[in-house]
Design a protein around this ligand. Structure first.
Ligand SMILES: [Zn+2]
Ligand SMILES: [Zn+2]
Length: 257
């Protein structure tokens, strides 16, 4: 199984996951043109995509779903509440599939388990995607790491995890007070601190590849995240740590069983 974070942040999110001939997109917050360019940069033809799975209805996750679904005949999988909430933004899609939060489903070679996260939308989820040999966790847009999230991500070999803001940068930064409160709330976004503490626990379990994602452009700094990760995460265990970027696709990472 392989994956690549094609872009991440408040201006757009999309991650490609593939096993065998199955190629899924998790969310798409990019225009059709932008997505095609990013896929091209990692040598993937958009005609070979299989489906799109959706975490929640915020614009940075859904605004490019409709156009890509229609153009490349891609079915769209989301829970009922997210489909409903995203309907206006997404428009017609090729095929609309509903999953239940907490209920696993299969798309060709991939098993997908959607689990609840803590965010201010209708029914937000993260995913564990598995090919039966190894698993990738995807968990962004959550204000806190719940016991349920811990439970589901414990056995992942690779993880895309939110590291949204540095607490001090957010507190001293230019956001108006209500927006600061929203980001900080347990239904907001995950701080670097909380993210790295959780990632540290997972590295002691099975985690080998970590992509820190959904960094705020205002309240965070990729170099700071990298430095903090080096300082706080256990090293010398063959663990690879990456920071996802907003403006270009990251590397294609192979997930070892
Ligand atoms: Zn987001
Ligand atoms: Zn969101």
């Amino acid at each position: 199984m392989r994956f690549s974070v094609l872009g991440s942040g408040s201006k757009g999110n999309c991650t490609l996951v593939e096993a065998g001939t199955t190629r899924l997109l998790i969310d798409n917050g990019f225009s059709g043109k932008e997505l095609i360019a990013r896929l091209h940069s990692i040598d993937v033809r958009p005609e070979t995509l299989t489906a799109i799975v959706v975490t929640h209805e915020h614009d940075d996750h859904v605004k490019g779903i409709g156009v890509v679904s229609r153009r490349f005949n891609l079915p769209v999988y989301a829970n009922a509440a997210t489909h409903r909430a995203a309907e206006q933004r997404v428009g017609q899609v090729r095929e609309r599939h509903e999953f239940g939060t907490g209920e696993s489903f299969t798309i060709n070679d991939l098993h997908i388990h959607p689990f609840a996260v803590s965010h201010d939308t209708a029914d937000p989820v993260g995913f564990v995607v598995s090919d039966g040999r190894s698993a990738l966790g995807y968990c962004t847009d959550t204000g806190t790491i719940t016991r349920l999230i811990r439970h589901h991500l414990r056995n992942c070999r690779a993880l895309v995890l939110e590291a949204n803001h540095d607490l001090q940068m957010l507190q001293q930064g230019p956001y108006p007070f209500p927006l600061k409160q929203r980001v900080l709330s347990i239904q907001g976004h995950l701080a670097n601190n909380d993210s790295l503490e959780f990632a540290g626990c997972l590295i002691n379990e099975r985690l080998r590849a970590l992509v820190l994602a959904h960094l705020s452009e205002i309240n965070n700094d990729p170099n700071l995240v990298r430095a903090e990760a080096r300082r706080r995460l256990p090293t010398g265990e063959g663990v690879q740590v990456f920071v996802a970027e907003q403006w270009r696709a990251g590397p294609v990472l192979e997930i070892e069983p």
